[in-house]
Design a protein around this ligand. Structure first.
Ligand SMILES: Cc1ncc(COP(=O)(O)O)c(C=O)c1O
Length: 303
């Protein structure tokens, strides 16, 4: 059972989380016509009464772009103001996750995006580790990542998560922790809710935007950080077999942070992961507001 934050933003107002309810006839529930975000926050470990949100601006921009793909005009600045107020009202005392969702809130049938009422809500929950920080085992999914010609993959569209759900359940029910999905070209795309990185010959490699990935904000942060640290970084198509012989493999995402991969299918990966550890230490320091170089990635809210 999750510990939800007590106050939600729903239908234009802040109210008790338990009173924020939608009808069974809600359009988005039937057609997956929503788009969501997911960002993490923590109380400042310095105990100065501030809450730190990681890359709030980028999360709001991505949600606003996702909303546009759903024919809904919701400026990033509006989302940012509401999220800031949401945090002030909840005054979280532990590590937490914010889930904003835009959706077709109309009651009625017929899949469409025009002439249908839309709305926006936010709720939050306490969230520690989403995947084991010790590392996970991954299955290559029999489900393939969608293509942008069928679904706008630049948005975090709710309906797209049927594929993630199928892949995750298939992986877990066959004894693995996570799924890695190939794209329609048979190249590595991403995991059920994370981007994928590998290390080969000391190079940090990840599939590019042309590989049907979600534009992960953690992925972007890792690429910037790695380049700043002088690590050689390459965005290119990755073959499935490279996952089996890589020096290191890790997953990145807001929920998963940097999660090492211990095994892919039956291939066990090395237990020494110097680059993964190095990047993880830096990313943790950045999200905790301890790295002065990346202060602008941390949005501070006085509560
Ligand atoms: C399908 C998918 N890929 C990748 C990611 C990682 O993105 P981010 O780092 O922005 O959380 C997520 C999580 O949001 C996701 O759902």
């Amino acid at each position: 059972m999750h510990n939800f934050l007590p106050v939600a933003y729903f239908e234009g107002q802040f109210r008790d989380f338990n009173d924020a309810k939608i009808s069974i006839a809600t359009h988005a529930l039937h057609y997956g016509t929503g788009a969501f975000g997911g960002l993490r926050g923590i109380p400042d470990p310095d105990n100065n009464g501030q809450i730190l949100l990681f890359r709030l601006d980028r999360h709001c921009q991505r949600l606003s772009a996702s909303a546009r793909l759903l024919n809904y005009d919701l400026p990033a600045e509006t989302i940012q103001t509401i999220i800031t107020d949401f945090v002030k009202k909840n005054r979280p005392i532990t590590s937490f996750y914010i889930r904003p969702l835009v959706y077709t809130s109309d009651l009625g049938i017929s899949p469409r995006l025009h002439n249908v009422e839309k709305n926006f809500f936010i709720y939050g929950l306490e969230l520690g580790d989403y995947l084991s920080p010790e590392g996970v085992t991954c299955r290559i999914s029999s489900w393939y990542r969608q293509e942008d010609r069928s679904l706008p993959l630049r948005g975090k569209i709710s309906g797209a998560y049927i594929t993630s759900s199928l892949a995750k359940t298939e992986a877990v029910e066959s004894g693995f922790d996570e799924a890695i999905l190939m794209n329609s070209q048979g190249k590595v795309s991403e995991a059920s809710g994370m981007n994928v990185f590998i290390v080969r010959h000391g190079q940090l490699i990840t599939p590019g935007y042309d590989q049907d990935i979600l534009e992960g904000i953690t992925r972007d942060s890792i690429l910037t950080l790695a380049r700043d640290l002088g690590i050689e970084v390459v965005e290119r198509p990755v073959d499935k077999s490279e996952l089996f012989i890589a020096e290191e493999v890790f997953l990145s995402g807001t929920a998963a942070k940097i999660t090492p991969v211990r095994q892919v299918e039956s291939y066990r990966l090395p237990t020494q992961r110097p680059l993964t550890d190095h990047l993880r230490q830096h990313l943790t320091a950045i999200t905790e507001g301890r790295d002065p170089t990346y202060q602008d990635w941390v949005f501070r809210i006085d509560i």
